[in-house]
Write a protein that binds this ligand. Structure first.
Ligand code: NAP
Length: 484
Protein backbone atom coordinates (compact mmCIF):
# COMPACT_ATOMS: atom_id res chain seq x y z
CA UNK A 1 0.00 0.00 0.00
CA UNK A 2 1.41 3.41 -0.96
CA UNK A 3 1.04 6.28 1.52
CA UNK A 4 -1.42 9.04 0.78
CA UNK A 5 0.09 12.42 -0.04
CA UNK A 6 -2.04 15.50 0.36
CA UNK A 7 -0.66 18.38 -1.73
CA UNK A 8 -0.23 21.68 0.06
CA UNK A 9 -1.17 25.16 -1.19
CA UNK A 10 1.17 26.97 -3.57
CA UNK A 11 3.96 28.60 -1.58
CA UNK A 12 7.01 30.84 -1.71
CA UNK A 13 9.50 29.53 0.84
CA UNK A 14 12.49 31.77 1.51
CA UNK A 15 15.38 30.01 3.24
CA UNK A 16 17.62 32.53 4.96
CA UNK A 17 20.94 30.74 5.32
CA UNK A 18 20.20 28.83 2.10
CA UNK A 19 23.93 28.27 1.58
CA UNK A 20 24.48 26.94 5.12
CA UNK A 21 25.02 23.47 6.49
CA UNK A 22 21.49 22.84 7.73
CA UNK A 23 19.91 23.97 4.45
CA UNK A 24 22.18 21.78 2.32
CA UNK A 25 22.16 18.78 4.65
CA UNK A 26 18.52 18.61 5.75
CA UNK A 27 16.10 21.24 4.47
CA UNK A 28 16.73 21.02 0.72
CA UNK A 29 17.07 17.23 0.43
CA UNK A 30 13.86 17.03 2.48
CA UNK A 31 12.06 19.41 0.13
CA UNK A 32 13.25 17.40 -2.85
CA UNK A 33 11.74 14.27 -1.29
CA UNK A 34 8.41 16.11 -0.89
CA UNK A 35 8.70 17.21 -4.52
CA UNK A 36 9.20 13.57 -5.57
CA UNK A 37 6.23 12.53 -3.43
CA UNK A 38 4.08 14.95 -5.43
CA UNK A 39 3.40 17.19 -2.46
CA UNK A 40 5.02 20.35 -3.77
CA UNK A 41 2.78 22.22 -6.20
CA UNK A 42 4.56 23.00 -9.51
CA UNK A 43 4.03 26.75 -9.05
CA UNK A 44 5.72 26.80 -5.67
CA UNK A 45 9.15 28.33 -5.27
CA UNK A 46 12.05 27.94 -2.89
CA UNK A 47 14.20 31.05 -2.66
CA UNK A 48 17.64 30.79 -1.13
CA UNK A 49 18.91 33.90 0.65
CA UNK A 50 22.33 34.61 2.14
CA UNK A 51 25.11 37.18 1.84
CA UNK A 52 27.08 35.19 -0.75
CA UNK A 53 26.98 36.89 -4.14
CA UNK A 54 25.57 34.02 -6.22
CA UNK A 55 23.17 33.83 -9.11
CA UNK A 56 20.31 31.34 -9.14
CA UNK A 57 22.28 28.80 -11.19
CA UNK A 58 25.23 28.85 -8.79
CA UNK A 59 22.87 28.20 -5.87
CA UNK A 60 21.14 25.40 -7.79
CA UNK A 61 24.56 23.79 -8.27
CA UNK A 62 25.16 24.07 -4.54
CA UNK A 63 21.78 22.50 -3.80
CA UNK A 64 22.45 19.70 -6.29
CA UNK A 65 25.73 18.94 -4.49
CA UNK A 66 23.97 19.03 -1.12
CA UNK A 67 21.34 16.57 -2.31
CA UNK A 68 23.99 14.29 -3.84
CA UNK A 69 26.07 14.33 -0.66
CA UNK A 70 23.40 14.19 2.02
CA UNK A 71 20.19 13.01 0.36
CA UNK A 72 21.01 9.32 0.38
CA UNK A 73 21.44 6.95 -2.57
CA UNK A 74 17.80 7.19 -3.65
CA UNK A 75 18.15 10.93 -4.39
CA UNK A 76 21.65 10.96 -5.87
CA UNK A 77 21.57 11.86 -9.58
CA UNK A 78 17.76 11.50 -9.67
CA UNK A 79 16.14 12.17 -13.07
CA UNK A 80 13.67 14.62 -11.55
CA UNK A 81 16.31 16.80 -9.92
CA UNK A 82 16.46 19.33 -12.82
CA UNK A 83 12.69 19.86 -12.57
CA UNK A 84 13.00 20.48 -8.83
CA UNK A 85 15.92 22.86 -9.33
CA UNK A 86 13.84 24.91 -11.78
CA UNK A 87 11.59 25.82 -8.86
CA UNK A 88 14.54 27.35 -7.02
CA UNK A 89 15.72 30.95 -7.05
CA UNK A 90 18.31 32.91 -5.09
CA UNK A 91 18.71 36.42 -3.78
CA UNK A 92 21.70 37.91 -2.03
CA UNK A 93 20.75 39.70 1.19
CA UNK A 94 22.52 40.57 4.40
CA UNK A 95 20.28 40.57 7.47
CA UNK A 96 22.22 43.51 8.86
CA UNK A 97 22.17 45.93 5.89
CA UNK A 98 19.55 47.38 3.55
CA UNK A 99 20.92 46.20 0.22
CA UNK A 100 19.24 43.34 -1.55
CA UNK A 101 15.95 43.52 0.35
CA UNK A 102 13.96 45.44 -2.30
CA UNK A 103 14.94 42.68 -4.75
CA UNK A 104 13.56 40.03 -2.43
CA UNK A 105 10.41 42.12 -1.92
CA UNK A 106 9.93 42.28 -5.71
CA UNK A 107 10.17 38.48 -5.97
CA UNK A 108 7.31 37.79 -3.56
CA UNK A 109 3.93 36.96 -5.11
CA UNK A 110 0.49 37.85 -3.78
CA UNK A 111 -2.03 35.10 -2.98
CA UNK A 112 0.44 32.33 -2.21
CA UNK A 113 1.58 31.09 1.21
CA UNK A 114 4.71 32.95 2.28
CA UNK A 115 7.09 31.18 4.63
CA UNK A 116 10.51 32.35 5.83
CA UNK A 117 12.92 29.81 7.28
CA UNK A 118 15.49 31.44 9.59
CA UNK A 119 18.31 28.93 9.11
CA UNK A 120 20.91 31.37 10.38
CA UNK A 121 22.58 32.09 13.73
CA UNK A 122 19.95 33.09 16.35
CA UNK A 123 21.66 36.49 16.73
CA UNK A 124 20.21 37.38 13.29
CA UNK A 125 16.57 36.42 14.00
CA UNK A 126 15.66 39.91 15.21
CA UNK A 127 17.28 41.65 12.24
CA UNK A 128 15.53 39.31 9.78
CA UNK A 129 12.14 39.87 11.40
CA UNK A 130 12.69 43.62 11.31
CA UNK A 131 13.69 43.70 7.62
CA UNK A 132 10.83 41.46 6.53
CA UNK A 133 8.48 43.89 8.18
CA UNK A 134 10.22 47.06 7.04
CA UNK A 135 10.21 46.02 3.37
CA UNK A 136 6.64 44.67 3.57
CA UNK A 137 7.93 41.25 2.51
CA UNK A 138 5.99 39.46 5.22
CA UNK A 139 2.22 39.83 5.25
CA UNK A 140 -0.45 38.94 7.83
CA UNK A 141 -0.57 35.34 6.64
CA UNK A 142 3.22 34.82 6.51
CA UNK A 143 4.96 32.25 8.69
CA UNK A 144 8.48 32.27 10.06
CA UNK A 145 10.38 29.15 11.05
CA UNK A 146 13.07 29.52 13.69
CA UNK A 147 15.77 27.00 14.47
CA UNK A 148 17.23 25.97 17.76
CA UNK A 149 18.83 27.10 19.98
CA UNK A 150 15.96 29.28 21.15
CA UNK A 151 17.93 31.29 23.71
CA UNK A 152 20.51 29.97 26.18
CA UNK A 153 18.51 30.74 29.31
CA UNK A 154 15.15 32.15 30.35
CA UNK A 155 16.15 35.80 29.93
CA UNK A 156 17.52 35.38 26.41
CA UNK A 157 14.53 33.23 25.34
CA UNK A 158 12.15 35.90 26.66
CA UNK A 159 14.08 38.59 24.82
CA UNK A 160 13.92 36.56 21.60
CA UNK A 161 10.18 35.98 22.01
CA UNK A 162 9.67 39.71 22.56
CA UNK A 163 11.73 40.59 19.47
CA UNK A 164 9.80 38.20 17.23
CA UNK A 165 6.50 39.36 18.75
CA UNK A 166 7.22 42.92 17.62
CA UNK A 167 6.60 41.81 14.04
CA UNK A 168 4.81 38.46 14.12
CA UNK A 169 1.85 37.01 16.01
CA UNK A 170 2.40 33.77 17.91
CA UNK A 171 0.35 31.88 15.31
CA UNK A 172 2.88 32.97 12.65
CA UNK A 173 5.94 31.68 14.55
CA UNK A 174 7.07 28.06 14.10
CA UNK A 175 9.83 27.10 16.60
CA UNK A 176 11.19 23.91 15.18
CA UNK A 177 12.20 20.91 17.28
CA UNK A 178 12.83 18.18 14.75
CA UNK A 179 12.27 15.47 17.38
CA UNK A 180 8.58 16.32 17.25
CA UNK A 181 8.53 15.61 13.51
CA UNK A 182 9.72 12.03 13.93
CA UNK A 183 7.27 9.36 12.90
CA UNK A 184 7.62 7.43 16.16
CA UNK A 185 7.05 10.48 18.29
CA UNK A 186 3.73 11.08 16.60
CA UNK A 187 2.99 7.41 16.87
CA UNK A 188 3.47 7.73 20.58
CA UNK A 189 0.41 9.98 20.61
CA UNK A 190 -1.47 7.59 18.31
CA UNK A 191 -0.70 4.66 20.61
CA UNK A 192 -1.60 6.56 23.77
CA UNK A 193 -4.76 8.24 22.58
CA UNK A 194 -5.92 5.92 19.81
CA UNK A 195 -6.15 2.76 21.96
CA UNK A 196 -8.22 2.04 25.03
CA UNK A 197 -5.50 -0.31 26.26
CA UNK A 198 -2.84 2.03 27.57
CA UNK A 199 -4.46 5.13 28.98
CA UNK A 200 -6.01 3.40 32.05
CA UNK A 201 -2.52 2.15 33.00
CA UNK A 202 -0.73 5.41 32.24
CA UNK A 203 -0.27 6.66 35.80
CA UNK A 204 1.46 6.09 39.13
CA UNK A 205 -0.74 3.10 40.00
CA UNK A 206 0.73 1.01 37.19
CA UNK A 207 3.90 2.70 35.94
CA UNK A 208 7.06 2.10 37.98
CA UNK A 209 9.24 4.56 36.11
CA UNK A 210 10.00 6.00 32.67
CA UNK A 211 13.35 6.18 30.92
CA UNK A 212 14.17 8.53 28.06
CA UNK A 213 17.53 7.94 26.38
CA UNK A 214 19.05 9.80 23.45
CA UNK A 215 22.51 8.31 22.89
CA UNK A 216 24.88 9.36 20.13
CA UNK A 217 28.14 7.74 19.02
CA UNK A 218 29.56 10.92 17.52
CA UNK A 219 31.56 13.46 19.51
CA UNK A 220 31.42 17.22 19.16
CA UNK A 221 33.79 17.16 16.19
CA UNK A 222 33.64 20.40 14.17
CA UNK A 223 30.96 21.90 16.46
CA UNK A 224 33.25 22.03 19.52
CA UNK A 225 33.33 25.82 19.77
CA UNK A 226 29.53 26.11 19.81
CA UNK A 227 28.93 23.02 21.94
CA UNK A 228 31.41 24.01 24.65
CA UNK A 229 29.26 27.05 25.46
CA UNK A 230 26.14 24.92 25.48
CA UNK A 231 26.60 21.36 26.78
CA UNK A 232 24.14 18.47 26.79
CA UNK A 233 21.65 20.20 29.08
CA UNK A 234 21.12 23.19 26.81
CA UNK A 235 21.70 21.37 23.53
CA UNK A 236 19.50 18.32 24.15
CA UNK A 237 17.58 18.25 27.45
CA UNK A 238 15.97 21.69 27.47
CA UNK A 239 14.40 21.05 24.08
CA UNK A 240 14.35 17.50 22.69
CA UNK A 241 14.20 15.40 25.87
CA UNK A 242 11.72 17.73 27.54
CA UNK A 243 9.47 17.61 24.51
CA UNK A 244 9.50 13.82 24.60
CA UNK A 245 8.79 13.88 28.32
CA UNK A 246 5.82 16.19 27.70
CA UNK A 247 4.27 13.89 25.12
CA UNK A 248 4.64 10.89 27.43
CA UNK A 249 3.33 12.65 30.51
CA UNK A 250 0.66 15.05 29.27
CA UNK A 251 -3.04 14.66 29.93
CA UNK A 252 -5.16 13.69 26.91
CA UNK A 253 -5.88 16.91 25.01
CA UNK A 254 -9.51 17.43 24.01
CA UNK A 255 -8.49 17.39 20.33
CA UNK A 256 -5.36 16.76 18.33
CA UNK A 257 -5.01 20.44 17.65
CA UNK A 258 -2.15 22.88 18.23
CA UNK A 259 -3.64 24.92 21.09
CA UNK A 260 -4.97 21.91 23.00
CA UNK A 261 -1.78 19.83 22.66
CA UNK A 262 0.50 22.71 23.57
CA UNK A 263 -1.61 23.66 26.60
CA UNK A 264 -1.21 20.13 27.96
CA UNK A 265 2.53 20.04 27.30
CA UNK A 266 2.97 23.35 29.08
CA UNK A 267 1.19 21.99 32.18
CA UNK A 268 3.68 19.13 32.35
CA UNK A 269 6.70 21.44 32.19
CA UNK A 270 5.21 23.67 34.87
CA UNK A 271 4.62 20.64 37.11
CA UNK A 272 8.25 19.48 36.97
CA UNK A 273 9.83 19.59 40.41
CA UNK A 274 13.16 21.37 40.96
CA UNK A 275 15.93 18.78 40.70
CA UNK A 276 18.33 18.34 43.66
CA UNK A 277 22.04 18.10 42.78
CA UNK A 278 22.28 14.43 43.78
CA UNK A 279 19.70 13.56 41.10
CA UNK A 280 21.96 14.78 38.31
CA UNK A 281 25.08 13.18 36.86
CA UNK A 282 27.19 15.11 34.38
CA UNK A 283 29.87 13.45 32.30
CA UNK A 284 32.54 14.26 29.77
CA UNK A 285 34.16 11.74 27.41
CA UNK A 286 37.78 10.93 27.94
CA UNK A 287 40.47 10.14 25.37
CA UNK A 288 41.25 6.55 24.52
CA UNK A 289 43.94 4.97 22.37
CA UNK A 290 42.09 5.76 19.15
CA UNK A 291 40.00 8.88 19.85
CA UNK A 292 40.60 12.32 21.36
CA UNK A 293 38.91 13.53 24.55
CA UNK A 294 36.05 15.99 24.67
CA UNK A 295 38.47 18.70 25.82
CA UNK A 296 40.75 18.04 22.83
CA UNK A 297 37.83 18.19 20.40
CA UNK A 298 36.36 21.29 22.00
CA UNK A 299 39.79 22.95 22.00
CA UNK A 300 39.37 23.87 25.66
CA UNK A 301 41.73 21.99 28.01
CA UNK A 302 39.94 23.35 31.11
CA UNK A 303 36.38 22.78 29.92
CA UNK A 304 33.76 21.77 32.53
CA UNK A 305 31.04 21.39 29.89
CA UNK A 306 29.05 18.14 30.00
CA UNK A 307 28.88 15.90 26.94
CA UNK A 308 26.63 13.54 28.94
CA UNK A 309 23.88 14.13 31.44
CA UNK A 310 21.52 11.91 33.40
CA UNK A 311 18.70 13.37 35.46
CA UNK A 312 16.09 11.90 37.76
CA UNK A 313 13.08 14.15 37.27
CA UNK A 314 9.68 14.11 38.94
CA UNK A 315 6.34 15.57 37.98
CA UNK A 316 4.24 16.94 40.80
CA UNK A 317 0.69 16.09 39.79
CA UNK A 318 -1.90 13.41 40.58
CA UNK A 319 -1.05 11.22 37.63
CA UNK A 320 2.71 11.04 38.12
CA UNK A 321 3.41 11.70 41.79
CA UNK A 322 6.17 9.31 42.91
CA UNK A 323 7.09 8.08 39.40
CA UNK A 324 10.70 8.88 38.47
CA UNK A 325 11.44 10.02 34.94
CA UNK A 326 15.06 9.18 34.18
CA UNK A 327 16.47 11.24 31.33
CA UNK A 328 19.85 10.55 29.79
CA UNK A 329 21.66 11.84 26.75
CA UNK A 330 25.28 11.95 25.68
CA UNK A 331 27.89 11.83 22.97
CA UNK A 332 30.47 9.13 22.22
CA UNK A 333 28.30 6.46 23.79
CA UNK A 334 28.13 2.78 22.93
CA UNK A 335 25.51 3.04 20.19
CA UNK A 336 23.23 5.47 18.41
CA UNK A 337 20.09 4.69 20.27
CA UNK A 338 17.06 6.79 21.22
CA UNK A 339 14.24 5.29 23.15
CA UNK A 340 11.45 6.07 25.54
CA UNK A 341 10.65 3.14 27.83
CA UNK A 342 7.58 2.99 30.03
CA UNK A 343 8.38 0.37 32.68
CA UNK A 344 5.25 -0.96 34.34
CA UNK A 345 5.09 -2.19 37.93
CA UNK A 346 5.54 -5.75 39.13
CA UNK A 347 2.55 -8.04 39.40
CA UNK A 348 0.90 -7.77 42.80
CA UNK A 349 1.14 -11.58 43.16
CA UNK A 350 2.54 -14.38 41.02
CA UNK A 351 0.51 -17.57 40.76
CA UNK A 352 3.41 -19.43 39.14
CA UNK A 353 5.23 -21.41 41.78
CA UNK A 354 9.00 -21.37 41.55
CA UNK A 355 9.10 -18.42 39.19
CA UNK A 356 11.39 -16.10 41.12
CA UNK A 357 12.24 -13.73 38.31
CA UNK A 358 10.72 -10.32 38.03
CA UNK A 359 8.58 -10.03 34.90
CA UNK A 360 7.72 -6.54 33.84
CA UNK A 361 5.75 -5.18 30.95
CA UNK A 362 7.79 -2.53 29.18
CA UNK A 363 6.47 -0.37 26.39
CA UNK A 364 9.44 0.78 24.36
CA UNK A 365 9.13 3.53 21.79
CA UNK A 366 12.26 3.54 19.60
CA UNK A 367 13.19 6.71 17.78
CA UNK A 368 16.38 5.33 16.27
CA UNK A 369 17.51 2.99 14.93
CA UNK A 370 14.68 0.74 13.69
CA UNK A 371 11.89 3.18 14.49
CA UNK A 372 9.06 1.33 16.09
CA UNK A 373 7.25 0.33 19.22
CA UNK A 374 7.41 -2.89 21.18
CA UNK A 375 5.73 -4.18 24.27
CA UNK A 376 7.53 -6.72 26.40
CA UNK A 377 5.09 -9.34 27.63
CA UNK A 378 5.52 -12.47 29.71
CA UNK A 379 4.63 -15.75 28.04
CA UNK A 380 5.17 -19.43 28.62
CA UNK A 381 8.42 -20.84 27.32
CA UNK A 382 7.35 -23.27 24.61
CA UNK A 383 7.73 -27.02 25.15
CA UNK A 384 7.30 -29.48 27.97
CA UNK A 385 8.76 -29.11 31.45
CA UNK A 386 6.10 -27.18 33.28
CA UNK A 387 5.18 -23.54 33.40
CA UNK A 388 8.43 -21.66 32.78
CA UNK A 389 7.97 -17.99 31.94
CA UNK A 390 9.93 -15.86 29.51
CA UNK A 391 9.67 -12.23 28.41
CA UNK A 392 9.30 -11.48 24.73
CA UNK A 393 8.52 -8.32 22.75
CA UNK A 394 5.37 -7.85 20.74
CA UNK A 395 7.33 -6.08 18.04
CA UNK A 396 6.08 -3.39 15.75
CA UNK A 397 9.20 -2.20 13.96
CA UNK A 398 7.65 0.11 11.40
CA UNK A 399 9.84 -1.03 8.52
CA UNK A 400 8.65 -4.62 9.11
CA UNK A 401 5.05 -3.93 10.02
CA UNK A 402 4.30 -1.22 7.46
CA UNK A 403 6.76 -2.05 4.67
CA UNK A 404 6.66 0.41 1.78
CA UNK A 405 4.53 2.89 3.69
CA UNK A 406 7.17 3.23 6.40
CA UNK A 407 9.95 3.59 3.83
CA UNK A 408 8.04 6.44 2.20
CA UNK A 409 7.29 8.29 5.41
CA UNK A 410 8.71 11.80 5.30
CA UNK A 411 11.60 12.53 7.62
CA UNK A 412 11.22 15.01 10.45
CA UNK A 413 12.31 18.15 8.62
CA UNK A 414 10.21 17.60 5.52
CA UNK A 415 7.11 16.77 7.54
CA UNK A 416 7.52 19.88 9.67
CA UNK A 417 8.11 22.17 6.69
CA UNK A 418 4.92 20.89 5.07
CA UNK A 419 3.11 21.57 8.37
CA UNK A 420 4.35 25.17 8.19
CA UNK A 421 2.87 25.52 4.71
CA UNK A 422 -0.40 24.00 5.94
CA UNK A 423 -0.41 26.37 8.91
CA UNK A 424 -0.46 23.52 11.45
CA UNK A 425 1.48 24.38 14.63
CA UNK A 426 0.74 21.20 16.61
CA UNK A 427 4.30 19.88 16.33
CA UNK A 428 6.01 23.18 17.05
CA UNK A 429 6.90 24.71 20.40
CA UNK A 430 4.94 27.69 21.62
CA UNK A 431 6.81 30.64 23.16
CA UNK A 432 5.50 29.99 26.68
CA UNK A 433 6.55 26.32 26.47
CA UNK A 434 10.13 27.28 25.62
CA UNK A 435 10.23 29.80 28.44
CA UNK A 436 8.83 27.29 30.95
CA UNK A 437 11.46 24.76 29.87
CA UNK A 438 14.22 27.31 30.53
CA UNK A 439 12.64 28.22 33.85
CA UNK A 440 13.14 24.56 34.89
CA UNK A 441 16.66 24.14 33.49
CA UNK A 442 18.13 27.52 34.54
CA UNK A 443 18.38 26.79 38.31
CA UNK A 444 19.92 23.39 37.56
CA UNK A 445 22.62 24.94 35.38
CA UNK A 446 23.16 27.81 37.84
CA UNK A 447 23.57 25.24 40.61
CA UNK A 448 26.48 23.46 38.97
CA UNK A 449 28.03 26.68 37.73
CA UNK A 450 28.02 28.01 41.32
CA UNK A 451 29.58 24.79 42.64
CA UNK A 452 32.14 24.66 39.82
CA UNK A 453 30.90 21.15 39.25
CA UNK A 454 33.42 18.99 37.38
CA UNK A 455 31.83 16.42 35.06
CA UNK A 456 32.78 12.77 35.62
CA UNK A 457 34.98 11.31 32.90
CA UNK A 458 33.65 8.36 30.93
CA UNK A 459 35.14 6.12 28.30
CA UNK A 460 34.19 6.67 24.68
CA UNK A 461 31.99 3.80 23.59
CA UNK A 462 30.63 3.18 27.10
CA UNK A 463 27.18 3.89 28.60
CA UNK A 464 28.40 7.03 30.34
CA UNK A 465 29.87 7.54 33.82
CA UNK A 466 29.31 4.87 36.51
CA UNK A 467 27.55 7.42 38.70
CA UNK A 468 24.75 7.51 36.14
CA UNK A 469 24.22 3.77 36.68
CA UNK A 470 24.07 4.42 40.43
CA UNK A 471 21.27 6.94 39.94
CA UNK A 472 19.01 3.97 39.25
CA UNK A 473 20.86 1.20 41.12
CA UNK A 474 20.40 2.87 44.45
CA UNK A 475 16.64 2.70 43.86
CA UNK A 476 16.70 -0.94 42.77
CA UNK A 477 16.34 -0.13 39.08
CA UNK A 478 18.62 -0.31 36.07
CA UNK A 479 19.00 1.54 32.81
CA UNK A 480 18.01 -0.26 29.67
CA UNK A 481 20.92 -1.25 27.47
CA UNK A 482 22.21 1.23 24.94
CA UNK A 483 22.43 -0.93 21.84
CA UNK A 484 22.38 -0.52 18.10
P1 NAP B 1 26.00 27.75 8.83
O1 NAP B 1 26.43 26.57 8.06
O2 NAP B 1 27.03 28.59 9.52
O3 NAP B 1 25.15 28.68 7.85
C1 NAP B 1 24.78 29.98 8.18
C2 NAP B 1 24.04 30.61 7.01
O4 NAP B 1 23.67 31.94 7.36
C3 NAP B 1 24.86 30.68 5.75
O5 NAP B 1 24.02 30.42 4.65
C4 NAP B 1 25.32 32.13 5.73
O6 NAP B 1 25.59 32.50 4.40
C5 NAP B 1 24.09 32.81 6.31
N1 NAP B 1 24.37 34.12 6.91
C6 NAP B 1 25.35 34.41 7.81
N2 NAP B 1 25.30 35.71 8.13
C7 NAP B 1 24.28 36.26 7.43
C8 NAP B 1 23.74 37.56 7.33
N3 NAP B 1 24.25 38.60 8.01
N4 NAP B 1 22.68 37.76 6.53
C9 NAP B 1 22.15 36.74 5.82
N5 NAP B 1 22.62 35.48 5.87
C10 NAP B 1 23.67 35.24 6.66
O7 NAP B 1 24.95 27.38 9.97
P2 NAP B 1 23.96 26.10 9.99
O8 NAP B 1 24.70 24.97 10.60
O9 NAP B 1 23.33 25.93 8.67
O10 NAP B 1 22.89 26.57 11.09
C11 NAP B 1 21.85 27.48 10.81
C12 NAP B 1 20.93 27.55 12.02
O11 NAP B 1 20.38 26.27 12.25
C13 NAP B 1 21.62 27.94 13.32
O12 NAP B 1 20.69 28.66 14.12
C14 NAP B 1 21.91 26.60 13.99
O13 NAP B 1 21.98 26.71 15.38
C15 NAP B 1 20.67 25.83 13.57
N6 NAP B 1 20.84 24.37 13.55
C16 NAP B 1 21.74 23.78 12.70
C17 NAP B 1 21.86 22.39 12.68
C18 NAP B 1 22.81 21.71 11.72
O14 NAP B 1 22.78 20.48 11.66
N7 NAP B 1 23.63 22.41 10.99
C19 NAP B 1 21.05 21.62 13.51
C20 NAP B 1 20.13 22.25 14.35
C21 NAP B 1 20.02 23.63 14.35
P3 NAP B 1 26.52 33.76 4.04
O15 NAP B 1 27.78 33.62 4.85
O16 NAP B 1 26.73 33.66 2.56
O17 NAP B 1 25.73 34.96 4.41
Amino acid sequence: MVSRVIPVDVFDLVIFGGTGDLARRKILPGLFRRFLAGQMPPDSRIIGAARADLDADAWRDMVREGIDSFGGPELRGHDSLPAFLRQLDYVSVDATVEEGWPKLAALMRPDVVRAFYFSVAPGLFGALAERLHQHAIADQGSRIVVEKPFGRDLDSARALNRTLAEHFREDQIYRIDHYLGKETVQNLMAVRFGNILFEPLWNNHYVDHIQITVAETVGVEGRGGYYDKSGAMRDMVQNHLMQLLCLIAMEPPAQFEAGAVRDEKLKVIRALKPVPAHHIVRGQYDANHEAPSYRDEAGNPRSFTESFIAIRAEIANWRWSGVPFYLRTGKKLRARHSEIAVVFKDLPHSIFEGDERRHRNILSIRLQPNEGIDLTVTIKEPGPGGMRLIDRPLDMTFAKALGEEAAEAPDAYERLIMDVIRGNQTLFMRGDEVEAAWAWTDPIIEGWEKRNDVPKLYDSGSSGPDDALMLLHREGRRWRDIRA
